[in-house]
Write a protein that binds this ligand. Structure first.
Ligand SMILES: NC(=O)c1ccc[n+]([C@@H]2O[C@H](COP(=O)([O-])OP(=O)(O)OC[C@H]3O[C@@H](n4cnc5c(N)ncnc54)[C@H](O)[C@@H]3O)[C@@H](O)[C@H]2O)c1
Length: 365
């Protein structure tokens, strides 16, 4: 049963389930029949995918600060999870400059508290810890980083994610050897796009906010390229990794990159035009770059051959399919004035079927 069926009736903890990626992951796990406990703070945008898609229904929805070790440990140990996906983090580079201490405490000590809780767990558990593509020491060159490349990070967010990687490796070698009931792998994905993101200063939510009011979207860097991937591609990667971790003990302690194929690159303008094909009356204008108050590393690309080879994962959506999925989600929300829970579950089903059809054995059920 090396596929999504393993999650049926499994006990699964998702930290960060009120956030963008965590809410899509939780929705997918619910659809697979998992018994989910989510541990997070309240959603930090309004609206949010979590609230709009009613992710809280049918799960144990816990609001708890992961910096509180005792409370976190109690929840994790008493739930006896078969799987844990640890996504809770202060996830924004900009906020990490405003609040470096909170970022380090959440991303490093929060992860430490998860690892400490795992030491108390008596049952078998497969754990996927989500760090970031930003954990690599970015040389600002046109290169796809491999899992063996040097870690680093200039800004507090990237530094904290690189440190979390070191922390996890140290715990694996010190406390969770190859015979341990606990198996851990880390997942490093790049920026994701998808329905239900309302964060500030991101190209997709910025366009949608403007277009839904019949205004022009403002493009700051129309020619920049980014390795765009749909949130379900990355989240599918996390599920695929967890399945493989359960069946292959050699993956314990390993890290995996999750990103799109590097042979084709798309610019911000390509993204806006393609998404615009799926929306009514779109327009945009180029605006002069505002001077950034802080340093943010440039383009980061990932080499994902390890995931392709060892766990048979790759992105499956063509660019137009990706952008139509993104636009459709928001269209349903804004143009039909309906909530998104149906759209979310339809998109998950569609993506899962497509992944299975396109040769992803982990998605076949
Ligand atoms: N979104 C991306 O493009 C992207 C790219 C690379 C890595 N990541 C990583 O993926 C994970 C999820 O990212 P996201 O975009 O969904 O972020 P998000 O900001 O939307 O969600 C973060 C989640 O973490 C929770 N959280 C934050 N601080 C907490 C605390 N102290 N205690 C408990 N919960 C806390 C929030 O409540 C929320 O549920 C993060 O670890 C992030 O670093 C995201």
């Amino acid at each position: 049963m090396k596929n999504l069926k393993v999650f049926k009736n499994s006990r699964v903890i998702v930290t960060g389930h009120t956030g963008f990626k965590g809410s899509w992951l939780t929705a997918w796990l619910k659809q697979l029949g998992a018994n989910v406990m989510g541990i997070s703070l309240d959603p930090h945008t309004y609206p949010s995918h979590f609230q709009v898609s009613k992710i809280n229904k049918g799960i144990k929805d816990i609001r708890l600060d992961i910096r509180d070790r005792k409370k976190l440990e109690k929840k994790i140990v008493s739930f006896k999870p078969n799987f844990i996906f640890h996504l809770a983090a202060q996830a924004l580079v900009g906020s990490s400059y405003k609040n470096p201490q909170l970022t380090w405490q959440t991303n490093v000590f929060g992860t430490l508290n998860v690892l400490e809780s795992l030491r108390k767990l008596k049952n078998e558990c497969n754990v996927v810890i989500i760090t970031s593509d930003k954990c690599y020491f970015n040389k600002e060159v046109h290169y796809g980083y491999k899992e063996t490349d040097v870690l680093g990070g200039k800004d507090p967010y990237s530094g904290s994610k690189a440190s979390a990687e070191l922390l996890i490796k140290s715990y694996v070698s010190s406390f969770f050897d190859s015979k341990s009931k606990i198996r851990i792998a880390t997942a490093r994905a790049g920026n994701v796009i998808g329905g239900g993101d309302w964060s500030e200063n991101r190209i997709v939510p910025d366009c949608i906010r403007s277009w839904s009011k019949n205004k022009k979207a403002k493009l700051r860097n129309p020619n920049s390229t980014r390795p765009w991937q749909h949130v379900l591609e990355a989240v599918g990667g996390y599920l695929c990794l967890a399945i493989n971790l359960k069946f292959n003990k050699n993956l314990h302690g390993e890290s995996f990159n999750f990103g799109p194929n590097l042979s084709k690159e798309y610019s911000v303008l390509d993204l806006v035009k393609t998404m615009g094909n799926h929306w009514k009356n779109v327009s945009w204008k180029k605006v002069t770059k505002s001077k950034k108050k802080y340093f943010e590393s440039g383009l980061l690309r990932l080499n994902c051959k390890k995931a392709n080879t060892l766990i048979k994962w790759k992105t499956i959506l063509k660019f137009d399919e990706l952008m139509s999925m993104v636009a459709d989600w928001y269209k349903y929300y804004y143009l039909n004035k309906k909530y998104g829970s149906e759209t979310t579950s339809k998109q998950i089903k569609k993506y899962q079927n497509l992944a299975a059809k396109r040769g992803m054995s982990w998605a076949k059920i």
